[in-house]
Design a protein around this ligand. Structure first.
Ligand code: ADP
Length: 450
């Protein structure tokens, strides 16, 4: 028998990484690679590129594929045979249209942030008002754009998300996705096919469309799909009953990494912006605030993002200054300074006001006091954000883990504990690849569905 290890891949925007964990969640190996540069060669694809405004000449599909197999080679030889399950997360709304027999892409991929606004009028005419799919970068807009572009001469095709396609390279069973990728956001965020997580199927307004048969079937993240393809297992020295399972999106994988797995546990990400995610027993949506919910088994991952955060800190201080000045802050002392730090006018959550002006005055002479005021003001916005989620019906927050560049600031953590009135700590793990490995671990307890 021997040890059981779990392999998770994260495919981000500029590169990919993996993490291998054991049953206790300890990391046994990790590695990362930048995507190599390949350029599109096929003339057909080239014409398609020319026909689109934001033409993209990189051969992303080849880059992802090569990176996946290079990373498999990076897995230390002695542990390969102990890997019993594999999962992958990818950037949400990165979409491929593939041949439904060979699995090979029929077109270059539609990238996560690419807008297919040509399809927007059609999508708006079939979807409910304000539905998530009603923005140009939604997966559905990408599908409809392709469908209309290709016209009547269509090969049998399938839609897959980035993670689905990469997983297919490993298991060979076409046409499967997970409900995080299929949904991404249930309302008002840019990125979804239109899968409705509460009724467990695609909505009827989508089922009656001529391209409905292109949509993949949907399983929970971390569900076994099939065993690793024999040729892959043999080539790289993985065991033949190593199971490949459904993945998720990159941001959900990052949340899973923090292991905030009880309702009331939350992760605040202090990067350029302030993003919060809370595990809730109830699903909430509010398009005014850009608040939406992802399903996670029998619970909901509720989230929202404020424009405040590290971006403004970076405009005012270097990271080195931040560290030095923070050391001198007394976090048990409340700051009387009341700011609303924003890099430019406009806020959505927890205040929905597109014209909200940044407030960073009066500026005290002492920079320690100034920084204290800013950190404390951002903490108040964070508190207000969690309060708003509760008002909208989410489970009350009980404990906050922290990710992102601001997480290393111990003084800020103390300030936030005082302002939030909750235990706050730095998340032990924040890598999406670690979250994907946890999904692989989850799949190890289950049978492959027939
Ligand atoms: P993103 O990935 O969103 O660009 P990161 O998670 O890398 O951001 O975090 C970078 C941010 O962290 C920067 O805006 C920077 O100002 C902030 N930051 C870096 N060091 C500190 C610190 N010691 N205290 C607070 N914020 C910090």
């Amino acid at each position: 028998e021997g040890e059981r290890l779990y392999l998770g891949f994260d495919f981000g925007t500029s590169g990919a990484r993996f993490a291998i964990i054991d049953k206790d969640g300890a990391i046994r190996a990790e590695a990362k690679r930048e995507y190599p540069l390949f350029v599109q060669l096929l003339i057909l694809r080239f014409l398609f590129v020319l026909s689109r405004k934001n033409g993209e000449s990189r051969d992303w599909v080849r880059s992802w594929k090569e990176t996946l197999f290079s990373l498999l080679e990076d897995v230390p030889l002695d542990i390969r045979k102990h890997v019993v399950a594999i999962s992958i997360d990818g950037t949400s709304a990165t979409t491929l249209i593939v041949d439904s027999y060979t699995g090979e892409p029929l077109w270059r991929p539609f990238l996560y942030n690419e807008s297919c606004s040509d399809a927007l009028p059609v999508v708006k005419s079939i979807a409910p008002p304000n539905h998530t799919v009603c923005t140009g970068s939604s997966t559905l807009c990408k599908l409809v754009s392709w469908w209309n572009h290709v016209g009547s001469d269509k090969k049998p095709a399938l839609l897959l998300h980035q993670a689905d396609w990469l997983l297919w390279l490993l298991h060979g069973k076409l046409g499967v996705t997970d409900y995080n990728n299929a949904l991404k956001a249930s309302f008002n965020k840019s990125i979804t096919v239109g899968y409705d997580p509460e009724v467990d199927s695609y909505p009827s307004w989508l089922v009656c469309q001529p391209y409905y048969h292109l949509l993949p079937s949907v399983l929970a993240p971390g569900t076994p799909i099939a065993c690793l393809k024999e040729e892959v297992g043999n080539k790289y020295g993985f065991q033949k009953d190593c199971v490949v399972c459904t993945g998720t999106t990159d941001s959900i994988a990052a949340f899973l990494a923090a292991r905030a797995s009880q309702p009331g546990k939350a992760v605040t990400s202090l990067g350029s912006t302030l993003a919060i995610k809370l595990l809730s027993n109830t699903r909430i949506e509010d398009s005014r605030f850009g608040v939406y919910s992802h399903r996670l088994d029998d619970k909901w991952l509720v989230g929202g993002a404020s424009n405040t955060g590290g971006a403004i800190l970076r405009q005012l201080f270097t990271d080195n200054q931040l560290e030095k000045l923070s050391e001198q802050i007394n976090p048990s002392q409340p700051s009387p300074l009341d700011y609303y730090p924003l890099p430019k006018a406009g806020e959505r959550f927890p205040v929905a006001d597109p014209n909200l002006a940044p407030r960073l005055h009066p500026r005290p002479e002492n920079d320690v006091e100034y920084l204290h005021g800013i950190l404390e003001s951002i903490a108040r916005i964070e508190a207000k954000a969690y309060e708003l989620l509760k008002e909208l019906g989410a489970t009350q927050v009980e404990e906050v883990f922290t990710a992102g560049g601001g997480a290393k600031n111990e003084k800020w953590i103390k300030i936030r504990e005082r302002v939030l009135g909750l235990p706050v700590s730095r998340a032990n793990q924040t890598e999406a690849a670690y979250g994907a490995a946890l999904l692989a671990k989850k799949a190890d307890q289950q049978n492959i569905p027939s």
